[in-house]
Design a protein around this ligand. Structure first.
Ligand code: ADE
Length: 276
């Protein structure tokens, strides 16, 4: 694995990446470790975390070490216990990546109250809960940087109305926390990825997955983004290179969030002529 960043960028830093067992979270965790951080990944599935650690060690020479903690971020007592154990072991948490999330495709009319609440709980409530716990346990006294991973929901998010609403809320939460915690030396930012070729896509039914792939063409980049491209943005916002940036959401979407066809149309924008 290569990084565009300086190899000691995060030396002596302690990082926590939620949902770090796969996808964008794992790529971010690996790269933080490559650049010198002591990295904790958390998730609900112990075996998945172990597999991520093994894959990370096997991929790199010398072997990169990740630390893992099983934690359901929707459970405040588990979140508190996770923070306590990291602080006991490593002294503090300098860098927090709120990456864990989850949703399921469904038309708004079919989303049950339970389904709605579960998505809001994971993507919004747990992001707040983990941030607040990390603040209380360490960052309030020791400072740090937080990056929330949201998504390109700027035009609404049809078939995932619950997740779009939760991510828009986290965009706003990012700004509130940036205000409130600045005096403690904490910067709070977010990234909003567009359509990313990530292992997260594998959780969807093949037909929906294909539709997501097809969406990748609707950007100036005319392709899907990669996990590495999102990780690069997250690392930048965590780094001293972003020391004057807080309350910001960085769109990493190949321009999809502002995309519309222009004249002359690109090949992938061409439709059959109007039948007048
Ligand atoms: N990833 C998705 N949902 C999660 C949860 N509730 N806890 C930890 N990681 C998660």
């Amino acid at each position: 694995m290569l990084s565009i960043y300086r190899s000691d960028l995060f030396a002596d830093r302690v990082a926590l990446v939620t949902g770090g067992g796969s996808g964008i979270g794992l790529r971010t965790a690996k790269e933080l470790a490559l650049l010198g951080a002591r990295v904790y990944i958390c998730g609900r599935d112990a075996e998945k975390l172990e597999a991520a650690k093994r894959a990370c060690a096997a991929e790199s020479e010398p072997a990169l070490e990740l630390h893992s903690i099983v934690c359901n971020i929707r459970k405040p007592d588990e979140v508190a216990a996770m923070c306590e154990s990291i602080v006991k072991e490593a002294g503090r948490i300098d860098l927090l990546v709120n990456n864990a999330g989850g949703q399921f495709p469904a038309p708004a009319e079919k989303i049950s109250a339970n389904g709605w609440n579960a998505v809001i709980d994971t993507n919004l409530n747990a992001t707040f809960g983990v941030s607040q716990a990390v603040f209380t346990h360490t960052m309030k006294a020791q400072g740090g940087a937080i990056v929330n991973v949201i998504m390109d929901m700027y035009s609404g998010f049809p078939l995932m109305a619950h997740s779009g609403a939760a991510r828009a809320a986290v965009d706003n939460l990012t700004k509130s926390l940036a205000h409130e915690w600045a005096e403690h030396g904490i910067r709070v930012n977010a990234v909003a990825p567009g359509v990313i070729e990530s292992s997260g896509l594998e959780t969807y039914e093949p037909q929906f997955r294909q539709a997501v792939y097809d969406m990748g063409r609707y950007s100036m980049a005319n392709r899907l983004g990669s996990e590495a491209e999102v990780a690069a943005g997250i690392l930048f916002l965590l780094s001293p290179g972003a020391s004057y940036i807080t309350g910001e959401t960085l769109r990493i979407d190949g321009g999809s969030s502002i995309y519309r066809p222009h004249f002359p149309p690109k090949e992938h924008d061409r439709l059959p002529p109007f039948d007048r």
